[in-house]
Design a protein around this ligand. Structure first.
Ligand SMILES: [Zn+2]
Length: 165
């Protein structure tokens, strides 16, 4: 059981164990804004609400940019299931610089690609084909992407995760 931690400004910040979340709440560092009412936490000193979402009392500055973990689904979602080469509906992933030529697994080198373009492209580079990307692939950003990267998504958190841009 995991708890979504929101920064004082309501941005998703982290996912922690519910025990760690309870400690934050008991130390007045956070407040429960959504509890899992069906599963209270029982302890020798009594029952507690099991936190599903908590909000920090003080704003925490995030000192670094987190990497959003790379997934096949994430690449398709970032590219809205449109082929990066022809714009048609895409269900496959392509390495812009082919793996065989040292292309890496990264947000910058993976794009959504339709079956047809994927077949035509094979192991060739864009320069060889005279093709262009319709956009520059980048790591997606925004609170929903960060939160997705933090842990498995839980339905109870939906209200607190803004839709990804
Ligand atoms: Zn295509």
């Amino acid at each position: 059981m995991r708890t979504l931690v929101l920064n004082a400004g309501y941005e998703p910040l982290a996912v922690v164990s519910f025990r760690r979340a309870l400690v934050l709440v008991m130390n007045n560092k956070a407040t429960i804004i959504k509890a899992d009412d069906d599963n209270p936490v029982s302890s020798t000193t009594g029952d507690y609400e099991r936190p599903s979402v908590i909000i920090l009392s003080r704003y925490v500055r995030v000192p670094y940019v987190r990497r959003v973990p790379l997934t096949r689904r994430g690449v398709l979602r970032r590219d809205a299931h449109h082929c990066a080469y022809c714009g048609r509906s895409a269900n496959t992933i392509d390495h812009v610089v082919p793996k065989s030529r040292g292309g890496e697994e990264s947000w910058e080198n993976l794009v959504a690609c339709c079956f047809r373009c994927n077949n035509v492209k094979g192991d060739r580079t864009l320069a060889q084909l005279g093709w262009n990307l319709r956009f520059t692939p980048r790591m997606p950003s925004g609170p929903a992407w960060l939160a997705l990267g933090l842990d498995r998504h839980q339905p109870a958190w939906d209200d607190f995760l803004a839709p990804a841009a």
